[in-house]
Design a protein around this ligand. Sequence first.
Ligand code: ARG
Length: 464
Amino acid sequence: MASKPWGGRFSKETDKTVEQFTASVHYDVRLAPYDIEGSVAHCRMLAKQKIISKQEAAKIIRGLTAIGKEIAKGTFPLRAELEDIHMNIEHRLIEKIGAVGGKLHTARSRNDQVALDTRLYLRHEIAGIERLIHGLMTALVKKAGNEMGVVMPGFTHLQIGQPVLLSHHLLAYCEMFDRDRERLSDCTSRVNRMPLGSGALAGTSFPIDRRYVAKQLGFEALTENSMDAVSDRDYIIEFMACASIIMMHLSRFSEELILWSSSPFSFVEIGDDYCTGSSIMPQKKNPDVPELVRGKTGRVYGHLMGILTTLKGLPLTYNRDLQEDKEPLFDTVDTLKGSLTVFTGMISGLCVHGERMEEAAGWGYATATDLADYLARKNIPFRKAHEITGKIVKHCIRTGQELSSLSLHEFKKFHLSIEKDVYDAIDLRRSVSARDIPGGTAPARVRARLLALQRKLDKDAKTF
Ligand code: ARG
C-alpha cells in the first residue's frame, strides 16, 4: 500500500472518485517552474548545511533540471493519482535518479512548499502586470498628447456639467492606473517573503539556513511565524483586491467608450480591428472588447469574494481548503492580463471625433457655472449669483437659445452689473482655460501633468 508518497500508514487504496476529486495537478502544473526553482534552492541549502552530501545534491539538481525541460517540452507525464504538481515532480525525480531523490523533501513539507511556489509565481506575474499597466498608461498619455486641444462636455450624473479637455478626461484614468501600479508594488513587498522552513506547521528540527534559500530566490525577507506562513493566503487576497480595483477602473472606462461610440454620442470610433459585427444586423459594429472587459470585472470580483469566503472559517494551520486558492488566482491573473492587453491596443487605435465633442460641449449650458462665477466676481454673493444664472438658463430653455446668443440688453434684464465681457466668460475655451489651478483642466495645467507623467513613465521603463 505504498504506491502513494504518503501511502505508508494506509491499508486500502484511494477510491478513484476521491483521487479525481482531490487532484489539482491539471491546474497547479502552472507552478512547475517555480516548484523546480524552489527545490533547487532548497537542495543547495541542504548540501551547504551538510544535511545531504554535495554529490547527492548535484544528482538531485540534475534530475530536477531534466524534469524542468520535460515540462517545458510538454513531455512530462501528469498523473492525477499523484494529486498535485509537487508530488508529480518528486515522484518523477525518484523514477529518474533513484531513491536519493527522496532526500529532496528533507526538512520540507508540501505546506511550506506550496506557499513558496505561489509566492514565487505571484511575484513574477505582478511584475508582468505592472509592465502591462505601464503600457496602457503610455498609450493614454500619447493619446492625450495628440488630442490636446479637444474640448468636450464634462459630466456629473451623466448630465452635461462643465467643459473640460478630453486630455484631462483621459489623464484622469492615467492617474487611476498610476495608483493601481503603486498598490501592486506595495502588495509585492508582502508577497515577497520566504516561507520555506515552516515545514508542516511548526518549523523543522534540521539545522537549515532559511536566509540562504531566501537570498538564492531573491526574497526580501523571511516569514516570521511558521504557523502563519503555511496557513494564511492574505497575499493572494491582497493581490485579488488590487486586481478588482484595476478591473473596476477598466470597467468604468469601458462603459464610457461604449457610450461614446454609440451613434447618438459619436464622440469616438473604436478601430475595426477591436470590434465585432452582428450576425443579423449588417450595419452593426459592436464594442465587444469594452463590453467583455466590463463583464469580466464581475468574475474577478467573484474570485475575491470566493477566496475570502474559503478562508473565513479556517482554523490554523494548513487545511486542504487552501488548495482552492489556485484556480481563482490563476483566472484572476489571466483575466487581468488579457483585459489590460486588449485595452491598450484599443486605446492606441481609438479615433476621436473632436468637432463632435466640442459641439456637444456647447449644449446643455455647460458654461452656466462660469456665468455664476462672473457675477460672483462682481461682488454678488455666490448663492445669489447661482439663482440669477438659474433664471437666465430657464429663460434660454423657454426661448430655445444658447447662453451666448442672448443680447447684452437681455442679460442686463437679469442683472445690471453684466457687461460686454460676459461673452468672454461664457466662451467654452475661456471656461476651460480659466480653471488654472493644480489639478484643473486649463490646457497649461493638463500639459504640465502630461509631461510629468511622461517623465515618470520613461523613468520606470528603464527599470524593466
Ligand atoms: N496541493 C496542495 C495545495 O495546493 C498542496 C499542499 C498539500 N498539503 C497537504 N497537507 N495535503 O494546498
